[in-house]
Design a binder for this molecule. Sequence first.
Ligand code: GLC
Length: 749
Amino acid sequence: PLADGARLTGPDAELEIRFLSSDVLRLTWTPGRLPIPYAIARDILEDTRISVVPQPDGWCLESAAIRIEVGMDGRVRFQTAAGRVWREEDPPERQGEAWRHRVRLRPEERLYGLGERAAPLNRRGRVYRMWNLDPGGSYGPGADPLYLGVPLWISLHTDGVYLVFYENPSDATFDLGASEPDAAWVSFAGGALRYYVFYGSLEHVLARYTERTGRPPLPPRWALGFHQSRWSYESADEVRAVVQGFRDHDLPLHAIHLDIDFMDGYRVFTVDRRRFPDLPDLIRELEGQGIRTVVILDPGVKIDPGYSVYQEGMAQGMFCRLPDGKVYRGLVWPGWCVFPDFTDPAVRVWWGIHYRPFVEMGVAGFWHDMNEPTTFVAWGEPTFPRVVRHAMEGRGGDHQEAHNLYGLLMNRAAWEALRELQPDRRPFLLTRSGWAGVQRYAWNWTGDTESTWAALRQTIPTVLGLGLSGIPYTGPDIGGFSGAPTAELFIRWFQAAAFMPFFRNHAAKGTPRREPWVFGEPALSIVREFLRLRVRLLPYLYTLAWEATQTGAPLLRPLFWLDPKDPALWEIEDAFLLGSSLLVAPVMEEGARSRKVFLPSGEWYDFWSDQPFVGPEVVEVEAPLERIPVFVRAGSILPMAEDGLTLHLYGLPGREGEGILYQDSGDGFGPYRVDRFHERRQEGTLRIRRTEEGDLPWPGDGLRFQIHGFIPAHAVVDGRSVPVEGRALIVPLFEELIVEVDPDPSRTG
Ligand code: GLC
């Protein structure tokens, strides 16, 4: 027994069990190297009272929340304090350096997570590889692996929710009921078999997991706006022309991305001075129009004795080596390259120094690509050979161990540098690869997708799956990366992406142009409408971003977020929730002008028409080309940027409800405020109590409510009557607002 767990020793293996808190367990089977805790942000240990009791055929460990039984043969059963089993493992097996174990699955059990996957939302029934790879060319549904795996799953079944995170970066296979329908087989090529198990509600397990691996920090507000990109805008003139196009067509734009052709011969950290002779001026000019500049950086450093990054790195031993001591070389965009070893703290610092001139130029964000890491190969895997050596913080290791960490650590290097280089501004990093914990540093996009309807449909389960893996900020290249979307596909993709955390138009070299006006009408007007809607939604998105910093809850959520116990919601992947207020049902079939939407239990309002609905119900909704179905949950307070700020109050909550609004200056680390609106419904009245925290004064004079779903007959603010004009209510900052509902049914709705 240990104070917070136990160590169980057998002839061939040892198992250590620690209760990190009453509802979080860490199990470690050795032999095998322990992981360097790159994924772990906070090694919190709560003082947990547990008991360790011998049993006839093993041991039983128990906290207030979890009971765990370990058999003499190494089988492990996880139970509630009341003895209900929620996870069951057979004894693990070790074969050479590899570990594998079998986890029993119940008939109704559904599994989610695993990071970025082109798979159905419920991952059960397939085999997945945990080895970050560029799928090559472009990918569609079914491709595996992709660029960013996270070895965790969330399990939903009738006895609750648990999350398991395997803290092992080795090459791994997750066979989730493919070869044996009632079991998951998890196999790691090396390392100790260490995993964390979190038990509780869905929100709770993600909150606990992100407490340990890090919550996503608050992004600068502009990052939630619209990003325009293309591989590549090849000159300053071309960038100016694109930006002018946005102005001419009256389209909001928040960021422009410069892909690899802004560099001099693809040499990382350089600028092609012929094509971008005045990059600092260009950046300032754009910033003057409220447009931020994001530049791409790839990890491969061109072998070129006349290039300082190469010279310095070689002289200082910054690049990965082969076992014979030679620097490893691989082929990427610039030709033959060498690669920084981000598992070495000195390399991270050295790499980070190179961001300085770009920060000084005013570059607002950095886009990290090819960091799986990817190399171009004639055959075999497009990455380093496994024998490549890595520092692993000084203890040494090979690429088998370091591979999946490469992207994570490239982002860490940049993040740590940017926090020093721009202490008053929030870093914005975008990455293609990563691992558990990358949410602490970077946003993600879903890489090189095909320009097909199937790829659009795949976007939803992919983005939801990342969110359920702790990585909330992601989104697809609008229209798909590789091809030529029709105007209709582009419109439908744009409409869906307008509700996703990362909202970027991007396309491959050689594809037809895809700036919104290229498609003519009606595409242009529709895109404008959705861009404006995105801008109006920014206060809501920003509030969700703040919530993610507090709880780790993703911005985009599966419908089962509303009720994880309802199996009817477990496999819905053609719609999603944005926060807890909006249900979005994109149109993803060519030619469709209506679609079916499953509305979960409760009252809902059509966002466009205010028409009320009551779920659970499948409704067939009109979806002309200029609209996709969007519903607002009754009781929501949706903050939108209209007349400054308008709080849209939708109907009445079941009994109680809550709306939140987060505000600050949009960047930096200065004052902020959080206003919470606690709603209580009583007979014909709605009482809203407001509480606040933070030190930012309320901007503006008062609050503007717009009421949907009922007519306010009368309103009282802190005991004083205020006039009601139709559905608009302008009130001073209140502690309590009482709204009386007009009882005349002919006037409601
Ligand atoms: C990779 C990226 C893509 C980028 C291209 C050129 O394919 O995924 O987004 O445009 O490289 O840098």
